[in-house]
Design a protein around this ligand. Structure first.
Ligand code: ADP
Length: 512
């Protein structure tokens, strides 16, 4: 029993202990539950916090992406701007360069203007000298001619000097006309068929006597046979260039030889060229002047001038002519040994159909020899200048049986109407009331047979074409050269006169 009680007590104690422990455990459980709940709560809060922070981070990240994009865009813009700035910079640099260039050009232009001014003044002074010198010869020797008691030889000598001075004046005037036409861009090119071999022969024949007098050997060279030497070019310009170069060669050569001619130069990628040359054994040209001599007005400005008589325009005119014909001109020269002037023109062969002799009429005439066939003409001189009329009348004295005179275009038409048997009209072009072209046009309406030769003092290329177009048969430039006039008359009246005479004979016989 006691044991039983003991066991009960023990059990009760055990139970109480267990209950106690249970209580504690419950308390612990409660505590733990509370803690757990709290922790859970805290975890939830922490989780929420984390979620919020994550969200924030994502937002921030998105913002950062946007900001990044913005930055990239701004960078791109900056790059663009930089490129634009670089272009603007380059543009500025270029404009600066242009400005500098322009400034340099202006300085050069100013210098050139000053130089050109100086050259023009020097040119005018030289020109005045060049004109006064022959005038001095003309007036001085005309005065001397008046002296009584001169021998025939003295008279001839004085007249020769007057003629030479007149020719020199005429050269200067022609050069001035040419250079002013070139300067104003009015120089025209008249292309026509031309045989260069005939031109070479003419120039050779023309200058040979002068070379012989000077004791200089004179050769010419033609590379093509006559038939192939026909080209399409402005023959008057070729003639002027060659004549000028040969004249210079004579002027600057005291002994030795002069040779001129042409060669064909084959080109790799272009059509062939005709290369003309004029070679002399004269004084030569220093290296530093070999370009300047082709510039206009240069000669007058050279202080230590090697130049002999001349206006210094010849080579610049030749250069302009050569360039108008599509070629080049240059010189190769050594001082004391001589010079070779070259110029080229395109070689465009042309089938030969006519001769050039009409251009170089004086060549075909035995000087001062009057063809007996050309005489007894009935001539009308249309001329408003008394002296020119007188000169023509004297020239025609032996060739004509009757000379009529008209001072105006209207008078000329009237005289032609009243004299249908006229053989020849020498028609001045520049007249006060009606010019010679118009007068000729009107004369041609009722008289197609009479030979009308235009005579003008303009001396310009293109005059010939205008005259022919107006109805003139031919053209002669003033001052009229007697031999040239004679050649023209022979050309027309060898043919015409016979026919006219027969016609007149018929008229006479019908009148009788
Ligand atoms: P100019 O009518 O005064 O001769 P150009 O224009 O024909 O003028 O020539 C210009 C200059 O070139 C001449 O003054 C001369 O100094 C030089 N010259 C031209 N041709 C020759 C030449 N064949 N030999 C030496 N010098 C020459």
């Amino acid at each position: 029993m006691a044991a039983q009680e003991k066991t009960n007590d023990a059990l009760i104690k055990e139970l109480q202990k267990l209950q106690q422990e249970n209580k504690s455990l419950k308390a612990l459980y409660r505590k733990t539950t509370i803690r757990h709940n709290k922790a859970e709560q805290e975890l939830i809060i922490a989780n929420k916090e984390l979620a919020f922070q994550n969200e924030e981070k994502e937002k921030r990240a998105a913002e950062l992406v946007i900001a990044n994009k913005e930055l990239a865009f701004q960078n791109e813009e900056k790059g663009k701007r930089a490129a634009e700035l670089s272009i603007a910079n380059k543009e500025l640099l270029y404009q600066n360069e242009l400005k500098e260039k322009r400034a340099a050009e202006l300085v050069i232009a100013k210098e050139q203007a000053e130089q050109s001014d100086r050259l023009k003044s020097a040119f005018l002074a030289n020109m005045s000298h060049e004109i006064r010198t022959p005038m001095n010869g003309i007036l001085g020797f005309s005065e001397l001619l008046k002296k009584p008691g001169l021998t025939g030889d003295q008279q001839q000598e004085y007249i020769r000097i007057i003629e030479k001075s007149g020719a020199r004046m005429l050269n200067i005037i022609n050069d001035i006309v040419d250079i002013s036409k070139i300067e104003s861009g009015l120089m025209e090119v008249h292309l026509d068929e031309s045989n260069i071999n005939e031109q070479i022969d003419f120039i050779h024949t023309f200058f040979k006597p002068e070379m012989d007098r000077k004791g200089i050997r004179f050769f010419s060279k033609k590379s093509l046979p006559l038939k192939e030497a026909c080209i399409n070019t402005d023959r008057e310009k070729i003639y002027a260039i060659l004549t000028n170069l040969v004249k210079n060669a004579i002027k600057y050569t005291d002994e030795g030889s002069i040779e001129f001619g042409y060669e064909i130069v084959e080109m790799m990628h272009a059509s062939s060229l005709l290369q003309f040359y004029v070679k002399d054994t004269g004084i030569g040209i220093p290296k530093d002047r070999q370009e300047a001599i082709f510039e206009r007005f240069i000669q007058a400005d050279i202080i230590d001038k090697m130049a002999r008589q001349g206006a210094g325009l010849g080579l610049s005119i030749s250069k302009a002519f050569v360039e108008l014909l599509g070629g080049k001109i240059w010189v190769s020269s050594e001082e004391g040994k001589g010079s070779i002037f070259y110029f080229t023109i395109p070689y465009k062969p042309q089938p030969h159909t006519k001769s050039d002799t009409t251009t170089f009429v004086s060549d075909t005439v035995e000087k001062t020899q009057i063809d007996p066939e050309v005489s007894g003409l009935k001539v009308l001189i249309v001329e408003d200048d008394k002296i020119s009329d007188l000169v023509l009348s004297k020239m025609l004295k032996k060739l004509s049986h009757e000379v009529l005179h008209a001072e105006t275009g209207v008078e000329a038409i009237e005289t032609c109407k009243n004299n249908p048997d006229l053989d020849l009209v020498l028609m001045d072009i520049k007249m006060p009331d009606m010019n010679g072209y118009e007068a000729t046009r009107q004369i041609r309406q009722f008289n197609k047979e009479v030979v009308v030769i235009a005579q003008t003092a303009f001396g310009l290329s293109g005059d010939r074409e205008k005259a022919i177009e107006a109805g003139c048969n031919d053209y002669i430039a003033k001052p009229i050269n007697k031999d040239e006039l004679l050649t023209l008359l022979q050309k027309y009246f060898k043919k015409y006169l016979k026919a006219n005479r027969q016609l007149n004979d018929r008229k006479h016989s019908t009148r009788l």
